[in-house]
Design a protein around this ligand. Structure first.
Ligand code: CMP
Length: 152
């Protein structure tokens, strides 16, 4: 079982797409174990996007990500990090394949609706940036026996 950090970005909240995007994760039988609506401060943005802070697009990215609330979630599932990155599609909504979340809803490189951690190290780091242990509500979905075999 893996956990990953997912952010429904300000464009997702402002465009009233939150429910539809969460439904895609639920439909895929992924498990939301933490979730909150919050504002990202410039300080948190710089921590989250540390690898991009020196890039030319960072000032615009910070303005965007701090410009309206986000929905932060921890999502759990088998191979959840890769599965969710596949569901999002390519970074740019202009390049993302049809059928992916960005491919279906985004026409922008910056305003690409959803962030998800790109590997196990990033997931651990990003989860700790957004959530305390006491905010995580692990539970066993009652449908588990009908979602995957015992040995998966
Ligand atoms: P995300 O997956 O959150 O990771 C970094 C974010 O920076 C990315 O999604 C986009 O929102 C944004 N981004 C990446 N590349 C560019 C770019 N070339 N110009 C503007 N924004 C970008």
């Amino acid at each position: 079982m893996e956990r990953t950090l997912v952010l429904l970005k300000p464009d997702c909240v402002q465009r009233r797409l939150v429910g539809r995007i969460i439904a895609r994760f639920e439909d895929k039988s992924l498990n939301i174990v933490a979730m909150k609506l919050m504002n990202i401060t410039p300080e948190l943005s710089k921590q989250h996007y540390a690898e991009h802070v020196e890039k030319p697009f960072y000032p615009g990215l910070e303005k965007f990500i701090t410009g309206a609330p986000v929905v932060a979630m921890i999502v759990e599932g088998l191979e959840a990090i890769r599965v969710i990155r596949d569901m999002l599609g390519a970074t740019s909504g202009l390049k993302a394949a049809a059928g992916t979340i960005r491919g279906d809803y985004s026409g922008s490189r910056q305003m690409n609706l959803v962030h998800a951690s790109d590997g196990p190290d990033a997931a651990a780091r990003e989860i700790a940036l957004y959530f305390t242990d006491s905010e995580i509500c692990a539970y066993e979905p009652v449908a588990t026996p009908w979602l995957r075999a015992d040995d998966e």
